[in-house]
Design a protein around this ligand. Structure first.
Ligand code: GLU
Length: 430
């Protein structure tokens, strides 16, 4: 293993490997982090592969009586620290490899936060906009039935992700519970509070992005009151991050939805704009002047928060990013190649596995509430989330400072040290 802790990936080598899939990015990040740590090759090789990937066929009756057949996956990466945990997405671009890459990120995310979970991710290859509400319900229930053997409150606990919401989680909880013959709220998180969901879960990923942005801005002597922010995406992550940052004094100058971005150098009244789940595409819906989404990424702002989809900062535009700091709201918005370019240009990137980890952290709180059959107040949830995020940020900062590494490397070092210690303690059986 190399002991050169401060080396960055060479630009030429990273560039030659474009284009990247989520799995490729995840594997390259793992190899890089592994080279900076005392972690055995055996453990590293185990972590390079998912423990299990389940592929299922999901037949769904359409409203007109015809039947369409969809493909679904559940990738379970590593469970050395606890049950598998991670979201389920409904999206046309879902692939087996994407689920595996995303499941690896969930393993690191849970470990950075020191949650007693491993990593998983699943999805169905479908455009949810093409489904009626009844079709979406039938798809969700049938998919639950198909993966029923591999999920459960002590086995693997799904949650919302792109294209799924609290209603879908309620259907999963119901379908699973009906089959098991008892009500089991802890099989899934991100449910509505009426069936064991946690207050604050919906806002949590955006809230954690805001907390981590606040801490990092303070670290770089740039308090939020003096900070301009551009947020790509106005779904659950982007909208809640933008609203919280505005509330804490930052000036949010640009936001976007799938159709484009709006930019107001003096600041946008973000609280007045509905998030995607409140009114789809409302950012551009009422705007006169819309700029392309790619241009938002290249604005001269203090902080850029990509909070829409993965792979938006790539080798093609990394040289044009003008922000002083990037805080990742989406999962995997920066490719490995782009990361190298930003590092070379001295632009810090605070990684997804720390910044948006508030989602899975409040999922953990929800799981605890379900097991204990006792709900926490919104104030309790937010106070605990604040404490957990600041603790994790401090653990990462300490690695960044002591080893002179990037924020992503610092987060990987925190996560991999915990995971590797658990693997060494448990050993390999048989
Ligand atoms: N899908 C979310 C994520 O990517 C949350 C996962 C969870 O709560 O289990 O972090």
């Amino acid at each position: 293993m190399s002991s050169d802790l401060s080396s960055e990936p060479p630009r030429a080598q990273a560039a030659a490997n474009e284009p990247e899939t989520a799995l490729e990015t995840a594997r390259r990040q793992l190899a890089r982090a592994g080279s900076q740590l005392e972690i055995t090759d055996d453990v590293l090789e185990r972590l390079n592969h998912p423990a299990k990937v389940t592929e299922v066929t999901v037949p769904v009756e359409r409203d007109d009586g015809s039947v369409d057949v969809f493909t679904g996956y559940r990738a379970q990466h590593d469970s050395v620290r606890g049950p598998y945990k991670g979201g389920l997405r409904f999206h046309p671009d879902v692939t087996r490899d994407e689920c595996v890459g995303l499941s690896m990120w969930m393993t690191w995310k849970c470990a950075v936060m020191d949650l007693p979970f491993g990593g998983a991710k699943g999805g169905v290859v479908v455009d949810p906009k093409s489904l009626s509400e009844d079709e979406r319900e039938r798809l969700t229930r049938r998919f639950t039935q198909e993966i029923r053997d591999v999920i459960g409150p002590t086995r693997d606990i799904p949650a919302p992700d792109m294209g799924t919401d609290s209603q879908a989680m309620a259907w999963i909880m119901d379908a699973y519970s009906m089959q098991q013959g008892e009500t089991i709220p802890g099989v899934v998180t991100g449910k509505p509070p009426a069936v064991g969901g946690s207050y604050g879960r919906e806002e949590a990923p955006g809230r954690s992005v805001a907390i981590i942005t606040r801490e990092t801005c303070e670290y770089y002597d740039s308090p939020l009151e003096d900070t301009t922010v551009a947020v790509q995406g106005f779904g659950s992550v982007g909208a809640n991050a933008a609203r919280q940052l505005e509330e804490w004094g930052a000036t949010v100058v640009a936001i976007s939805d799938v159709n484009g971005a709006i930019y107001e150098p003096d600041g946008i009244d973000v609280a007045s704009i509905p998030a995607h789940n409140e009114e789809p595409e409302a950012v551009t819906g009422n705007a006169d002047d819309v700029m392309p989404n790619e241009e938002l990424l290249e604005l001269d702002v203090d902080v850029l928060v990509p909070a829409a989809v993965g792979n938006v900062i790539t080798e093609a535009n990394a040289d044009d990013i003008q922000a002083d700091l990037v805080v990742e709201g989406a999962n995997g918005p920066t490719t490995f190649a782009a990361d190298a370019i930003l590092a070379e240009r001295g632009i810090p990137v605070v990684p997804d596995i720390l910044a948006n980890a508030g989602g899975v952290t409040v999922s953990y709180f929800e799981w605890l509430q379900d097991i204990n059959r006792r709900a926490w107040s919104p104030e309790e949830v937010n106070a605990e989330l604040e404490a957990e995020m600041v603790t994790a940020w401090n653990a990462v900062r300490s690695e960044v400072e002591s080893r002179d590494v990037s924020w992503r490397d610092g987060a990987y070092i925190v996560a991999l040290s915990r995971i590797s210690e658990a693997h060494e303690a448990r050993g390999l059986w048989p």
